[in-house]
Design a protein around this ligand. Structure first.
Ligand code: NAD
Ligand code: UFG
Length: 345
């Protein structure tokens, strides 16, 4: 297929571009580089041994986006078959401070994008959603039937609202095929160590914080709460290797090809690890000590969230292959080789 990848220079997008190209698909990336840099695509191109067509544009800029799509269609003589839509702002904490920017970027951006896809004759989309739409999950492990919950930040609400907008669109026009992928906690990096997670400033997420402690950039890990109702008191999450997650998108293209209408899948491993278990796994995989200190619980965190990924296996033929040791090894390999990331931010 000929695929428009929005946000393809980012963490999950760049890994997905590699898996798509390795599976024989053609891609074009549109990204405004708000949270990434072109170097990630140069590195991805090095990995696949082919050029990756890139158009710098903001998805909220109708003219810029349309111009990029037209330029690519003219250049290749092919219309887009599907859009994989990663572009958006993604920090739950930041979204509490600047909610309007999150609603504008994520919701307005997606609405502009949908309008342009329709104008260009493309009615297929795979959307990056999040386990955060479940709020504090009513059922563990979380199945897709689990009711959506109260999100704890504007970022989560943008994902929840966008799922609703996409559902309404598909109901109104059944020619659309839309796959909502609810990611659990992507970590790790490409095994080459050439691309990986490149957070801006102090990392919010657990694994980039751990790798920065390992690299000596931060003194110790803050563990947010050891009094949850879990075996060791720390929060439990479903960590998934970013390459497994990327491959889930390739499989989701099968559902698009089979004219799925609207489909929803969890992408996780089905196995939860506590914060302390992740710290131990990282130390064992890499032979590096991670000093930590127990802090107060972080506002908005849930105690336990892990997926039931059976539906994706049954219907897409997708199952995560990598375990926590692989994730810890690849995360550290990337950080070690790129102590300041790619953009030096
Ligand atoms: P990322 O920030 O690395 O990638 C997002 C990319 O989108 C960046 O390259 C950024 O420059 C680009 N972008 C942002 N706004 C844009 C705009 N208006 N126009 C064009 N490009 C724009 O994030 P990621 O971790 O790769 O996440 C990808 C998607 O997956 C996001 O939608 C995110 O919300 C979602 N998601 C991520 C996680 C996670 O833990 N990483 C979990 C669940 C869902
Ligand atoms: N944690 C720490 N110290 C840190 C960072 C995190 O103890 O420095 C703990 C958290 O309290 C939590 C666990 O590690 O128990 C995981 O936290 P993350 O911030 O890595 O991940 P979250 O589950 O909070 O959220 C992430 C993304 C969301 C996404 C969600 C999907 O940030 O965007 O996964 O499950 F929606």
């Amino acid at each position: 297929m000929n695929i428009l990848v929005t946000g393809g220079a980012g963490y999950i997008g760049s890994h997905t571009v590699i898996e798509l190209m390795n599976s024989g698909h053609q891609v074009a990336v549109v990204d405004n580089l708000a949270n990434s840099c072109e170097k990630s695509l140069e590195r991805a191109a090095e990995i696949v041994g082919r050029e990756i067509p890139f158009y710098k544009a903001d998805i909220r800029d109708r003219e810029g986006l349309s111009g990029a799509m037209k330029a690519h269609e003219d250049r290749t003589g092919q219309a887009f078959d599907c859009c994989i839509h990663f572009a958006g702002l993604k920090s739950p904490n930041e979204s509490i401070r600047i909610p309007l920017e999150y609603y504008d970027n994520n919701i307005t951006g997606t609405q502009v994008l949908l309008g342009e896809l329709i104008r260009h004759g493309c009615k297929n989309m795979i959307f990056s959603s999040s386990a955060s739409v479940y709020g504090s999950p009513a059922v563990i492990p979380v199945t897709e039937e689990c009711p959506k919950g109260q999100c704890t930040n504007p970022y989560g609400w943008t994902k929840s609202m966008l799922e609703q907008i996409l559902t309404d669109l598909q109901t109104a026009d059944p020619e659309w095929n839309i796959v909502l992928l609810r990611y659990f906690n992507p970590i790790g990096a490409h095994e080459s160590g050439l691309i990986g997670e490149d957070p801006n400033g102090i990392p919010n997420n657990l694994m980039p914080y751990i790798t920065q402690v390992a690299a000596g950039r931060r003194k110790e890990l803050n563990i947010y709460g050891d009094d949850y109702d879990t075996p060791d008191g720390t929060g439990i999450r479903d960590y998934i290797h970013v390459v497994d997650l990327a491959r889930g998108h390739v499989k989701a293209l099968g559902a698009i090809g089979n004219k799925c209408g609207l489909a929803v899948y969890n992408l996780g491993t089905g196995r939860g690890y506590s914060v302390l278990e992740v710290v131990r796994a990282f130390e064992e995989a890499n032979g590096v000590k991670i000093p930590y200190i127990i802090r107060e619980r972080r506002a908005g965190d849930v105690a336990v969230s892990y997926s039931d990924p059976a539906k994706a296996e049954r219907e897409l033929g997708w199952k995560a292959q990598y375990g926590i040791t692989d994730m810890c090894r690849d995360a550290w390999n990337w950080q070690r080789k790129n102590p300041d990331g790619l953009s030096g931010r």
